[in-house]
Design a protein around this ligand. Structure first.
Ligand code: ADP
Length: 499
């Protein structure tokens, strides 16, 4: 996806910041922070909720105790002539007393909401337009808390003793504005005390988060220690089964170790095979040279004979070294191929011509059977030497007289080349191994027939690099058939290459 340069710069910056401060990437730190965050949020929410509950309960209690006083006064006003004559000293005195006790202001209005009595003595004679007063006039006792002013507003209807149950509107209303300050102050004090408790809880939470984050991460530390403790392939398998995740990491490590062990073993076997194969011609050369040295009077023909044998051993050594080099090169992958359009018929004709003298010497006929003209994308040099090796084997491991037949055919996607011979064949149990490096079927005939055991392994590797396949079919004593199948067009990805 395209990303503007600026973005890239920021993300690289972020990454390098995290790389610089390694501890920020710590799993332990992240768990610690998550516990702290969840814990602190819960503490704050809990404290706020508890305080709000407490405040509401205290306000409810204050408003209901004032309201019950107001109801008593409402009954007394309803059954007296207070509205007609507010000079009734007993009721007004009680209202003023209540106002003092509750730090409140009481107002009494008539049925038109005209203020007839005000303990603050400010608005007497004025008309009241408050919504809760109108509600009370319709017979509803109302209590509201005005958060901004810190005041509880209460309105209670007044009925004359005969009107109360008749559904008529009230004769008058008593209103109160009660200060909520004492309640709010008490809650505020509690809030300060609970803040201290919250701080204490935060300290406990910190310790808890430290312990938990250490416990959670401990199995991963165990995995690291266990992996660091491994010193050889022979060590017992690792087991850290605290979590499914640690078990999976350790299983993956054990799998990797098994694969590495197999690679290491095959490398060791390869090195020992290489040394052995390189030493064999050397040993022969040494024996030949020593023998001739010990015979100063040997005839010229003998010298020539020995020198020819030495030269053949040098050729063998050279062939092994150059085969090894090709294998190493091809191990680097498909990049080792130089793929070009190639006339496969022409390539086969040329290489059969080159093998003519060897075939003649071994009394083997080479037959080329082509069903059609085939051109394909191949590395002519490498594929040519792989096919040469197969035909050469057909000649080498044959009877006298014998034959080798190359049969070429193609469909719209692949060309198929079968190379069959009338030779000694390969036992069934050996067929799976002949493509292994340095593998030779019968060590006894291997002595008579020269070879290094690398040819088929190189041929198979070459064919796989062409995304093709090779298989063998053989009957001991009757002959062998190798079948190669290669795509006509070179496929760049590694999906169709198979054995
Ligand atoms: P080498 O250099 O020994 O020929 P290769 O890798 O080409 O090595 O072959 C491996 C072994 O497979 C040979 O040593 C031989 O025993 C057996 N082999 C290969 N091709 C044939 C064949 N056409 N007929 C019988 N045996 C064969």
């Amino acid at each position: 996806m395209y990303r503007p340069n600026g973005d890239q710069a920021t993300s690289t910056k972020g990454k390098s910041f995290l790389l610089k401060y390694k501890f920020l990437r710590s799993f332990r730190l992240r768990i610690f922070l998550i516990i702290m965050l969840i814990g602190m949020c819960s503490l704050v929410i809990m404290r706020r909720g508890l305080l709000a509950n407490e405040r509401n309960a205290a306000i409810d209690q204050r408003s209901s105790s004032v309201m019950s006083m107001m109801r008593i006064l409402s009954n007394r006003i309803g059954s007296s002539f207070f509205l007609e004559d507010i000079s009734d000293g007993e009721i007004s005195g009680d209202l003023e007393l209540l106002a003092e006790v509750y730090n409140a202001r009481f107002i009494v209005t008539d049925s038109e909401l005209r203020i007839v009595f005000d303990t603050a003595d400010i608005d007497t004679g004025k008309y009241l337009l408050a919504g809760n007063a109108m509600g009370a006039l319709r017979g509803k006792s109302v209590s509201e808390f005005d958060k901004e002013e810190g005041v509880i507003e209460i309105a209670v209807p007044v009925y004359s003793s005969t009107d109360e149950d008749t559904g008529k509107s009230a004769n008058a209303v008593i209103l109160a504005e009660v200060s909520a300050k004492p309640v709010l102050n008490a809650v505020e004090q509690k809030s300060e005390r609970s803040l201290l408790i919250e701080l204490l809880a935060a300290v406990i939470l910190l310790g808890f988060a430290l312990i938990i984050s250490n416990i959670v991460v401990r199995p991963f530390d165990r995995v690291t220690r266990a992996i660091r403790g491994v010193v050889s392939y022979e060590d017992s398998e690792l087991v850290v089964s605290d979590y499914v995740e640690t078990e999976e990491i350790v299983d993956a490590f054990n799998d990797l170790r098994t694969r590495m062990k197999a690679v290491d073993e095959s490398r060791q076997e390869f090195v020992s095979n290489v040394s052995h194969e390189l030493k064999t011609p050397m040993a022969s050369i040494k024996v030949l040279a020593d023998s001739i040295n010990m015979m100063p009077d040997a005839p010229m023909e003998m010298y020539q004979d020995f020198m020819q044998d030495i030269s053949a051993e040098i050729d063998r050594e050279n062939a092994i070294i150059s085969n090894l080099l090709s294998l190493v090169k091809m191990d680097k992958g498909a990049g080792a191929l130089d793929v070009q359009r190639c006339d496969i018929n022409l390539m086969l004709e040329n290489l059969i011509k080159r093998l003519g003298p060897l075939a003649k010497k071994s009394e083997v006929d080479i037959i080329l059977e082509s069903m059609r003209n085939v051109t394909a994308d191949v590395d002519e040099l490498k594929l040519g030497s792989a096919i040469t090796n197969l035909i050469e084997n057909g000649i080498k491991y044959n009877k006298k007289p014998g034959w080798v037949k190359a049969h070429l055919d193609a469909d719209h996607r692949f060309f198929t080349l079968t190379i069959s011979d009338s030779g000694i064949g390969i036992p069934k149990e050996e067929q799976a191994h002949i493509f292994e490096r340095f593998y030779r079927v019968d060590k006894s005939h291997s002595k008579e027939i020269s070879g290094s055991g690398l040819g088929l392994s190189i041929a198979r590797r070459t064919i796989l690099l062409h995304r093709g396949s090779i298989k063998v079919d053989s009957e001991p004593g009757e002959g062998t058939t190798f079948t190669i199948r290669i795509p006509l067009s070179y496929i760049a990805d590694n999906t169709s290459g198979s054995d």
